[in-house]
Design a protein around this ligand. Structure first.
Ligand SMILES: CC(C)(COP(=O)(O)OP(=O)(O)OC[C@H]1O[C@@H](n2cnc3c(N)ncnc32)[C@H](O)[C@@H]1OP(=O)(O)O)[C@@H](O)C(=O)NCCC(=O)NCCS
Length: 158
């Protein structure tokens, strides 16, 4: 929702959030542009983003992106705001978006990956039914440092 721009801006500045947006979110205008992009992607059937609510207030995001109609696959991502973490929100949101992607979008295989040094994300993925499929060595490069990632996937039939 366009009204969520101040929340997106605040969230983007929180710990562990520096890699969560493909764009740099350093102003209200940038946050509004980001929300516009999410809307465009939804209309294009390429990505579906949802707010994760904590006590009725947006406190996170869960997204199925990379919607691929040939192979019926999608990519899941999630984040929650610092004060809302550790309450099971991301796990519930990840499960819910998976159910949405299978039931409403008709996808068959959902993938996600996390850096090996992100155990909380691994817990979320596993608890939401995403089985581990393996480690990709040195998959990501941030600030001159390479990071291994672990891939998880959940199938409609799991
Ligand atoms: C990863 C993230 C989404 C988890 O959100 P959350 O709402 O706290 O998730 P949940 O409460 O559903 O579950 C968190 C799990 O991680 C565990 N956890 C948290 N910090 C941990 C740590 N440092 N080491 C190991 N486990 C940890 C919690 O104990 C919990 O597991 P449990 O249910 O077995 O006890 C949140 O920390 C976040 O937004 N991080 C920054 C963005 C990010 O990394 N996104 C994922 C990118 S792949």
């Amino acid at each position: 929702m366009p009204d969520d721009a101040p929340i997106i801006l605040a969230a983007a500045g929180e710990p562990l959030m520096e890699r969560q947006f493909a764009a740099r979110i350093d102003s209200l205008a940038a946050a509004e542009e980001w929300i516009d992009l999410l809307t465009t992607r939804r209309h294009a059937d390429s990505a579906y983003s949802f707010a994760v609510l904590h006590e009725g207030v947006p406190a996170g995001n869960v997204t199925v992106s990379g919607v691929e109609r040939r192979h019926l696959t999608g990519w899941i991502s999630y984040w929650t705001r610092e004060e809302a973490r550790g309450r099971g929100l991301a796990t519930r949101a990840c499960r819910a978006v998976a159910e949405f992607a299978f039931a409403e979008l008709g996808l068959f295989r959902l993938e996600l990956a996390h850096r090996l040094d992100n155990p909380a994300s691994c817990r979320v993925a596993t608890a939401a039914g995403f089985l581990t499929e393996g480690v990709e060595r040195a998959r990501l490069l941030y600030d001159g440092v390479r990071y291994d990632t672990e891939t998880h996937a959940r199938l409609a039939t799991d």
